[in-house]
Design a protein around this ligand. Sequence first.
Ligand code: FCB
Length: 450
Amino acid sequence: MAAEAQRFPAEFRWGAATAAYQIEGAWDADGKGASVWDTLAHRHGGFAGGSTGDVACDHYHRLDEDLDLMGRLGLTSYRFSVSWPRVQPDGRAAWNQAGLDFYQRLVDGLLFRGIEPVLTLYHWDHPQAVEDRGGWLNRAMAGWFADYAEGMGRRFGDRVAQWITVNEPLSVMLASALGSSRPDGPLGEDSLVVAHHLLLAHGLAVRGLRGAGVRGQIGIALNLAGVEPAGDRPADLTATARAEAHEERLFLDPLLTGRYPLFDGRPVVECSAADRDLITTPIDFLGVNWYAPARIAAGPTGLFGYARADFPGAEQNMLGWPVLPDRFGVLLRWLAANYPRLPPVHITENGLPLPDAVEHGAVRDPLRIDYLSRCLAQIREAMDAGMDIRGYHVWSLLDNLEWNFGYEPRFGLIHVDYDTLARTPKDSYYWYRDFIAAQRRQPKEPAWHG
Ligand code: FCB
C-alpha cells in the first residue's frame, strides 16, 4: 500500500534529524572549543576529498533560514545535536554563553514554529580536551558527560520535548575499534571498554537530567540493522549469532535486561551490580536509527569474528549499503519479539544517500521518495501488529558532511550547494511536506464508522 494512503495516529511526530558537526560549521566561532572531529579533520588533511566540518552547511550562521525551511516543511519534531565543546569548551566546568545562546535561539525558533525540539547530547563530537584525558577509555568521562547533561537539563529542561543521551554507541565503539574516530588510532577489542563507559555515561546522564528536573522524555538512539545468515552452514549461523551479540544486543540487552549478551558463552563485558543499576536506569523511549539490514557470513573474519556478505540481487547505495527498505519490518518485529520490556520506540534516523544535483532549479530524487515511503509502510505495519512507535525522523534535513566519507553522499531533503551554501528543497522535501500535511488533515473517524 502506498504510504500516502496510510494513516498514522494524530499525535505521531513527524521529524527530520541532523547532527552538530555535520551541519554547523563555525568550528572555532564565539569561544567554541575544538572537538575530537575537528582534530581528526585538521590532522589528516581532511576526510574524503579533503573535506572538513569547518564550514559544513554553515548552519550556525544560517539558523533563521533553516528554521524557516523546517517551518514550511511542516515538521512537528526536529532532532538536532548539541556540540559539547561549543557549550563547554573544555568538557568540564566552564560554560560558554555564546554557544548556549545559539541553542537557545534554535530551541525558541522551533517552539515558535510549533516544532518539538529533540536534543541529542552526544553525536560523537566530544571536546578534544576530554579526549586528551583518555576519552571514552577513561571511566571518568562518564561523570564529565553526566555533568554536561545535567547542566544542559537545567538550562533547557523546560522547553525540550525529548532528550537523547548518546547517538549510536555502537558506531562510537566500532569507530574506536577501527581507529576512524580516534586521533590516537585503533583500539581493537579494547573498544568494549568504550562500549561499557558509553552505557555508564548514558545511565548517569539520565539521572543527571532527571535531577535537573527536565520536563521532556529521555532516551537513547541505537543503530540497529536486523542480521541474517548468508547461508545455513553451521559456521554462518555461529557468525550470525556473534554479529547479533555484537551489533544488536551489545547495547539493547544491558539497557533493557541488565545483562550483557553472551559471546562464545561468556558475557561480552564484565559488569558489576552497581554499574548494572546505572545502565538500567529507566528510559522513556528507545530511539532507533535504521538504514539497511546486515547479512553475515563466517570468515574471512573481521575484528569480532564474522564477516558481512552481500544480499544477492540487492542494489547498493553510494555508501555500499543494500537498499532494502522492505526489511525494516524484520528488524522491528525482532525488536518487539525479543524485548518484552521495550519502551515506546521513536525512529530517530532513516534515509538514503544519493548523488543529488540541482537541475533547472529542482532536485529530482524519486529513489529517496520510494525508499522513505517503503520504510514508512513498514513502520505502519509494525504498528498495526501492536508495536508502540511514536515518531519518525528522516535523516537528514540538509545534505551534510557524512563523517569520513565527506560531502558526496547526500542524505538531505534539502540540497546544499557547498560553494554558495544555497539551499534547494528536493522533490522529497515537497513529498514529505504533502505527506505530513495529509496526515494532519485527516478527519477523525466518525463514531458510526463501521
Ligand atoms: C548514522 C549517523 C548519522 C549519519 C547517518 C547517515 O550512523 O548517526 O550521523 O551519518 O548515519
